[in-house]
Design a protein around this ligand. Structure first.
Ligand SMILES: NC(=O)c1ccc[n+]([C@@H]2O[C@H](COP(=O)([O-])OP(=O)(O)OC[C@H]3O[C@@H](n4cnc5c(N)ncnc54)[C@H](OP(=O)(O)O)[C@@H]3O)[C@@H](O)[C@H]2O)c1
Length: 273
């Protein structure tokens, strides 16, 4: 248990996911968590679900916190950091999940040598199966590394990367759930096209993606080898693979990650100007 006081600034989708993970992992009790936002009626739902403290005053949330987690959109980061500026001090540390906002930019806005951690989680954190990349600003101590890792391990897998890689992380695992949703949707339609009832097709498509991912992860076998193992000579799978290859499936996905990475870089440059 960390038993730290945690302020979640902007307790929306991702903020609520983190609160759920922190409580499920028993990292700190609900009474030591503060969720902030702009609308009291939305915060009351959060309080009802998790029993945490709520406020529309970011400064109040940050005042007593050991850890301040910024879960607002990138364009609000400057505003909320400026609001909390007077109460932030160097015994606290700030974690941001806002896409594109660099540790350097946040350190400059805060300006008190306060440790800043930047993370890129993804939406699967809401079901405890997130993929989060973490990078550390220049004032972060080893104990704070460990705390940040524990918080995001409460909602899934964690990798540590240099900050220069966070755009590629955004292109791969940050935006990745959307690509996989398209794959699932298309598999469902494939089944429907060939006569399966939609509910049956949906169940099979979801479980196929879930099970295949679990097998790659747990077997630690390269996906190409797993694919070969299910590809009977002259059978159905090799015919489907040929079809996928002729439409450039792999190139398409590689290009998707690359183009999302480039867009993330462009947006980051605009935000940090
Ligand atoms: N969703 C993802 O897949 C994902 C993945 C990786 C990273 N992220 C990052 O996570 C952050 C949050 O994304 P999200 O999807 O959780 O968005 P979200 O659901 O819209 O949450 C943002 C929250 O911030 C609140 N907020 C807005 N202005 C505020 C202010 N001045 N002070 C305090 N709270 C304020 C909003 O409250 P109101 O609704 O009341 O305005 C909302 O509850 C973004 O920076 C995004 O880049 C998201």
């Amino acid at each position: 248990m960390l038993n730290k006081t945690i302020a979640v600034i902007g307790a929306g989708n991702m903020g609520a996911a983190l609160i759920r993970g922190i409580l499920n992992a028993n990292l700190t009790p609900a009474k030591k968590i503060y969720g902030s936002g702009t609308r009291m009626e939305k915060l009351e739902i959060l309080q009802k679900e998790f029993g945490v403290n709520i406020t529309t005053d970011n400064k109040e949330a940050a005042r007593h916190a050991d850890i301040v987690i910024l879960c607002v959109k990138a364009y609000v980061i400057r505003k909320v950091l400026e609001e909390m500026h007077d109460v932030l001090h160097k015994d606290q540390f700030v974690i941001s999940i806002a896409a594109g906002v660099t540790t350097d930019a946040m350190e400059k806005i805060i300006g008190k040598n306060i440790p800043v951690v930047r993370c890129m989680p993804n939406i699967a954190s809401t079901v405890g199966l997130g993929a989060t990349a973490i990078s550390f600003g220049k004032h972060v101590h080893v104990q704070q590394h460990d705390i940040a890792i524990k918080i995001f391990e409460a909602v899934g897998e964690v990798v540590i990367v240099g900050e220069q890689h966070l755009d590629a992380v955004t292109g791969l695992s940050g935006s990745g759930p959307a690509y996989i949703y398209m794959v699932i949707e298309s598999l469902i339609d494939g089944g429907v096209k060939m006569g399966l009832p939609r509910d049956i097709s949906t169940k099979l498509a979801i479980q196929t993606v879930l099970g295949s991912a679990k097998l790659v992860k747990e077997s630690n076998v390269h996906p190409a080898i797993l694919r070969d193992q299910v590809t009977t000579p002259g059978g159905t799978t090799i015919n489907a693979i040929h079809e996928l290859e002729s439409h450039g499936l792999r190139s398409m996905l590689i290009d998707a990650v690359a183009t999302a990475t480039i867009r993330s870089r462009e947006l980051s440059e605009l935000i940090n100007k």
